[in-house]
Design a protein around this ligand. Structure first.
Ligand code: PAF
Length: 280
């Protein structure tokens, strides 16, 4: 695996690969890799001739009171795992390479970036779309792989790609869960034993909603109330949002249909976790 830290070097490498007619896949990450990331890498390996992963903890998507400095960084281990999966290129730029002094340009998907996580994390999605569009310009992938766990991020990136005619196909891979149902996340590393147990309530609340939906409940307010009730079983879990939305527009839906997105975010201790399901 070739590790590159410079924009021009990465672009030259990916252009050389694509110049030979190879289909190039990109797996953008912030490192602290877990099985969820490796599932993206495996999907990329199965659909592409050459795979590039990126590791960049993007300061632009962290708010002033968020966990940028304590975000888990496990670079050596990440490299070993990517190498083992057969990744050809790793792009791991320093912050100054991605945001040279004086950078004043941003990409923002207005109308979507303020929804779900965007409500409680103002500016977060602007940071995501700015860095992802930069990665797309640098790597020029044919396909780019994202996890369904970040459902709002997926909707916003899809819209950005459509609106800006970015010639990359977005591939979304299913959520990877621990055997007990907890959605895999780099932030799970912050949880102590008790918090790890409390965190299971996110998935349990979603499973409860799915069950009610399968039994015929279609009233959004009732479904959300049922989900909140499950989360409320543990007072140490503090709700951020519980919403049922259209997965493309992220607008709330009142009369629930197949394919509605049920999304939850909650704090367990100081760790903010998210999870979701698609109904039907
Ligand atoms: O999902 C993530 O890890 C990040 O938001 C991403 C897409 C790598 C952009 O920094």
């Amino acid at each position: 695996m070739k590790i590159t830290r410079a924009v021009l070097e990465m672009r030259a490498a990916s252009r050389a690969a694509r110049g030979k007619g190879q289909r190039l896949g990109l797996v953008p990450t912030m490192g602290a890799l877990h099985e969820g990331h490796l599932a993206l890498v495996r999907a990329a390996k199965s659909q592409c001739d050459v795979v590039a992963a990126s590791i960049f903890v993007n300061p632009l998507q962290f708010g002033p009171s968020e966990d940028l400095s304590k975000y888990p960084r496990t670079f050596e281990r990440d490299c070993e795992r990517l190498e083992k999966e057969g990744v050809e290129f790793l792009f791991a730029p320093p912050v100054e390479e991605m945001y040279p002094g004086g950078a004043r340009s941003y990409v923002n998907v207005e109308g979507l970036s303020e929804k779900l996580d965007g409500k409680s994390r103002p500016g977060h999605f602007r940071g995501v779309t700015t860095v992802v569009s930069k990665l797309f310009h640098i790597v020029e992938p044919d396909l780019a792989f994202f996890g369904q766990k970040d459902a709002a991020q997926v909707a916003i990136i899809r819209r950005m790609v459509r609106d800006l005619n970015i010639p990359a196909e977005i591939v979304v891979c299913p959520i990877v869960r621990e055997p007990d149902g907890l959605a895999m996340s780099s932030r799970n590393a912050y949880l102590n034993g008790q918090q790890r147990k409390s965190a299971l309530l996110l998935n349990r609340s979603l499973a409860h909603i799915r069950e009610l939906f399968q039994r015929g409940e279609r009233d959004g307010t009732a479904l959300i109330a049922a989900g909140k009730h499950v989360l409320g079983e543990d007072p140490s879990v503090r709700l951020d949002y519980f919403e049922i939305v259209n997965p493309e527009t992220l607008d709330p839906v009142a009369e629930i249909r197949q394919n509605s997105l049920v999304a939850v975010a909650a704090y367990v201790g100081t760790t903010r976790l998210i999870d979701n399901i698609l109904l039907g």
